[in-house]
Design a protein around this ligand. Structure first.
Ligand SMILES: C[S@@+](CC[C@H](N)C(=O)[O-])C[C@H]1O[C@@H](n2cnc3c(N)ncnc32)[C@H](O)[C@@H]1O
Length: 413
């Protein structure tokens, strides 16, 4: 199977320097499997095209949007000639070709979205780690109104020519600086409490920021951030009865049920026992550290953002935290631990970190991953160091988008 991994660059990691120059060329293709990044693979004249808004098995007319790469092009569907049974009308009026770049799976039924994500996880695990996984991505409600952290773009038309400067708030189009105005009802996936488009424009009119970030916390009022200073405001999040203070511009799981689901999955896999030692790596404000400490474990957390570590110390006073990039903190970790949770960014943990962690002899490791390719690469490295994936669960924590979250249990082989 062709995957974006086999191409020189993946859709998700390709750097966006300048917006791509769209060509006018239209091609008719049979759509093949979904690839990492959520676009489907098609072939035309021996060339691979990653097609956005397509579904496997469809026949579509594609507008080529990027032909700057030697080995592949990118394109977007302009007409569906033969539709997949999974195709639906996008519920948001600004989704689809040329529209908002945020939700790339709105043309797919909810079950179909999960099947596509399962196929990506299955393929990445097989291709990169040689792990056979039964594809199942678990549904998580709500499917809309789930985004508790939303970034809106602000354009000020006429800015250059000293014009009106009445701001327009919207979303950037896919791989483009073009602004797509918000629909009247606002962003479909933004959590209830997110200001309406009109309110966002009022916020934009009060300042000069080219971005508005909205945070809808578990407790308290939504926070609107237009400058760095405002991002310092603390919001209150909850998981399993434990409260966590988070900076409004800091990291917290985005779906309102994500923290509870990921912590639940990790704890079920690890079966922690009071008195055991534990590591929470890439710990943010201490989410997993809190759950482990609440169960009586002796926890150490590592996080590179010092502001987050200061909050983690307040959120989980029983745990110890190191403020440093994990690779630099490895020598400060204890020589042996019982259980580990690691929840790295999209790039994964990497071979050096994985090799060191495997040497700590943990009886169980829960790996929380937002990128299945990075997960697969790190699982392969764990495998080379004597750990095997005993269980892997995948959750649809980002409905309407191609993103998927996985939790893997590693035990000694
Ligand atoms: C996916 S978030 C997980 C945070 C936390 N586990 C949670 O669920 O709230 C990844 C975290 O890793 C941190 N991070 C990224 N690179 C890091 C590194 N090299 N060393 C330590 N922490 C890092 C980020 O600042 C972020 O807080």
């Amino acid at each position: 199977m062709m995957t974006e991994h086999s191409a020189p660059m993946t859709e998700s990691c390709a750097p966006m320097t300048e917006p791509c120059t769209p060509t006018t060329e239209l091609v008719e293709v049979e759509v093949g499997p979904v690839a990492h990044g959520g676009h489907c693979v098609a072939r035309h004249d021996g060339r691979v095209i990653f097609v956005r808004h397509a579904l496997p098995g469809e026949r579509v007319l594609v507008r080529i949007t990027d032909e700057s790469h030697k080995r592949f092009w990118r394109g977007d569907v302009v007409e569906v000639l033969q539709a997949s049974p999974d195709r639906v009308d996008p519920p948001c009026p600004v989704a689809g070709p040329g529209g908002c770049g945020g939700c790339d799976f709105q043309h797919v039924s909810a079950q179909g979205q999960r099947r596509l994500k399962a196929e990506v996880v299955r393929e990445q695990l097989d291709h990169l780690a040689g792990i056979a996984w039964e594809p199942l991505v678990e549904a998580v409600e709500p499917l809309t109104g789930w985004r508790t952290r939303t970034r809106f773009a602000v354009d000020r038309p006429g800015d250059d020519e000293g014009g009106s400067q009445v701001p327009v708030v919207g979303m950037r189009a896919h791989r483009s600086h073009d602004l797509v105005s918000l629909p009247e009802q606002g962003c479909l996936i933004a959590a209830p409490g997110t200001p309406s488009p009109q309110q966002l424009e009022e916020v934009a009119a009060q300042g000069s920021s080219d971005e508005i970030r909205v945070v809808v916390p578990a407790r308290g009022k939504p926070v609107t951030i237009t400058t760095r200073e405002q991002g310092a405001e603390l919001v209150q999040e909850l998981c399993g009865g434990h409260g966590y203070r988070v900076r409004a511009d800091g990291f917290w799981q985005v779906h309102p049920r994500a923290a509870e689901i990921l912590v639940g999955a990790a704890m079920e896999m690890l079966q922690p026992v009071a008195g055991e030692s534990a590591l929470d790596l890439y710990c943010g404000v201490g989410l997993f550290a809190g759950a482990l400490a609440d169960q009586g474990l002796d926890v150490m957390g590592v996080e590179q953002v010092d502001r987050a570590v200061r909050l983690a110390r307040r959120n989980v006073p029983k745990a110890r935290f190191i403020s440093a990039p994990l690779a630099k903190a490895l020598r400060k970790l204890p020589p042996a631990v019982d259980v580990i949770v690691l929840d790295p960014p999209r790039t994964g943990a990497g071979a050096q970190v994985v090799g060191h962690l495997a040497g700590l002899g943990a009886r169980a490791i829960a790996y929380v991953a937002c990128d299945p390719a990075a997960l697969a690469r790190d699982l392969r490295t764990f495998g080379e160091h004597g750990y095997r994936a005993e269980a892997i669960r995948a959750f649809d924590l980002f409905p309407m988008t191609h993103h998927v979250e996985c939790v893997a249990l590693l035990v000694k082989a």
